[in-house]
Design a protein around this ligand. Sequence first.
Ligand code: NAD
Ligand code: UPG
Length: 445
Amino acid sequence: MNISVIGVGYVGLVSGVCFSELGNKVICVDKDITKIEMLKRGEVPIYEPGLKELIDKNVKAGRLSFTNELSESVQASEIIIIAVGTPSLPNGEANLQYIEQAAREIALAINEYKVIMTKSTVPVGTNEKIAQMIYELTEHPFDVVSVPEFLREGSAIKDTLYPDRIIIGTDSKPAEQKAVELHSTLTDQIIVTDIRSAEMIKYASNAFLATKISFINEIANICEKVNADVTLVAKGMGLDKRIGPSFLNAGIGYGGSCFPKDTEALIQIAGNANYEFKLLKSVVEVNKHQRFNVINKLEDLLGNLSSKTIGIWGLAFKPNTDDVRDAPSIEIVETLIKKGCIIKVYDPIAINNFRKVVNHENIVWCDSITDAAIDCHGVCLLTEWNEFKEVDLKNIEKLMKLPVFIDGRNVYAKERIEETGLNYYSIGRPDVNQSHIADFIERVK
Ligand SMILES: NC(=O)c1ccc[n+]([C@@H]2O[C@H](COP(=O)([O-])OP(=O)(O)OC[C@H]3O[C@@H](n4cnc5c(N)ncnc54)[C@H](O)[C@@H]3O)[C@@H](O)[C@H]2O)c1
Ligand SMILES: O=c1ccn([C@@H]2O[C@H](COP(=O)(O)OP(=O)(O)O[C@H]3O[C@H](CO)[C@@H](O)[C@H](O)[C@H]3O)[C@@H](O)[C@H]2O)c(=O)[nH]1
């Protein structure tokens, strides 16, 4: 099939590449000229394992190309995939300006029947609005289908080529047939629904996963007070098939380009329908506080943080991505700067993106983990990169001014910590935290 993908962000690029890998002819369109020029030179604007190899392979095979010319591309394609951003407005609602612009441009370009598939995450009712907008601008036939995307950054290619399910929201038989045909080699789990239910499935899925994370973080906070270990609690809970083991890792809460914005948007969607989504409001509230545990723990151990040097290990919102959108690291570093700290930051991939968002004279940009430990009064691990898991903690301890380590992702086993003299605080694991912490606090204060 001939496909145009409008918007070459994470979703557009990964789905474009994967559809070309499946043998389709795909044109990826973006209005960002710099991005398209990069891609034409063979450079990839995002870090995603395996993506560059797959792009090179499919460009070479003549199945994948990049352009700024939306009109030509739409005319050459039977399927148009909309994958532009839907960021948050200040009140939490989804900003639909990119969707509306893309819909207008597609409408003006259509020359014959097209199936327009929306992969962007959009509030319930948006696809109907898109259809109405296009209908008013063209006399040519078309159908709009909601095909929400569920890929995760860091495992985006695998998630796209081997999805758990495909949701197709449509009220048109010909469009349903095309959408099913396009996805049929990916999975047997293709669920066809009405358009509004498909839109809701996306928000409900993200909101549910975010709820699991805030739930386990609350349990972790209680575990700290009652001397239980949240990792064992999560294991014990997760073996119940009705609960499942995933998304029960306690830590500094969720970040990224999806959960924070989509939970806020669903609260607004409910509010606009005169329904107060109390549970989700609490999920968001819990998540906002959770990241500050790291700073509270530093203050417990070091007292006043003014003029202390703090190492930050990991800036990306999760491992295997260079994305720092809504990463907890941003607010943690900004708060530490306000408290007068010198911050030594290190991330294997995301440091340049972080620098575009937070830049301050108190930040020292490091190019290794050890560099981000030398002369520090404390180190905070914020992203569970593999590189951090393998580090020699005894060596790290020697490099630090004071041996204070806050593990925001529960990366290290108790035995690893016991080999060291680190004053170690993790999340919801009081037993793993060192017994000599109390003595240390006395000495430092
Ligand atoms: N990032 C993810 O992991 C992920 C996963 C699932 C769903 N989603 C959803 O998919 C959508 C896209 O997310 P993303 O992270 O890929 O977005 P992004 O912000 O990284 O990229 C969007 C791209 O669209 C381009 N664009 C905007 N308007 C355009 C237009 N009129 N014509 C051509 N190009 C245009 C922008 O220049 C940009 O390159 C969002 O709705 C998001 O919620 C994202
Ligand atoms: O047990 C867990 C699992 C995740 N997280 C955090 O949750 C956030 C999101 O993680 P993840 O879901 O793996 O990454 P995303 O790439 O944001 O993917 C989510 O958001 C996408 C955009 O909507 C959806 O497509 C995916 O299905 C959905 O998992 C990250 O900050 C993680 O650190 C935890 O704190 N504990």
